[in-house]
Design a protein around this ligand. Structure first.
Ligand code: SF4
Length: 128
């Protein structure tokens, strides 16, 4: 028991993904990563959709936070970026119109995220 309690949370998270999907996020293909994201979100992960970064400084602070995360810390990436599986706000902002969205690859090309994304999803790093 003590061994489990002492386990590095990153190692434990990585092992959870491997047990469930056969692979860690850093080595997962597009379809598997997409499934991991959908599972985390539909199982109730609460992400920080707010506050929306109104200034470059606020935007940069979120990027800084993301940069410190390991590629296998998928849960934290989603939380910090404020990831949602639906459009957001009065303007119904979504990945489809975001400058980082690669339409044909269905991919978020923001280097600090670098994850599969769907046109109707959104995160608070949305930019046009
Ligand atoms: S930065 Fe956010 S809104 Fe833009 S494509 Fe990536 S996940 Fe979607």
């Amino acid at each position: 028991m003590a061994e489990a309690a002492d386990k590095d949370p990153l190692v434990a998270e990585r092992e959870d993904y491997v047990a469930r999907y056969g692979v860690a996020p850093s080595a997962a293909d597009h379809a598997t990563l997409l499934r991991m994201i959908e599972d985390l979100m539909t199982e109730g992960l609460k992400t920080r959709a707010e506050p929306f970064p109104e200034t470059d400084r606020e935007f940069a602070a979120i990027l800084d936070e993301l940069r410190h995360l390991d590629a296998d810390q998928l849960r934290a990436k989603l939380v910090v970026s404020g990831w949602l599986l639906q459009p957001y706000g009065e303007d119904q902002m979504r990945c489809q119109e975001c400058m980082y969205f690669l339409v044909h690859k269905r991919w978020c090309d923001l280097p600090e995220l670098s994850l599969p994304a769907e046109p109707d999803w959104w995160c608070r790093l949305w930019r046009i």
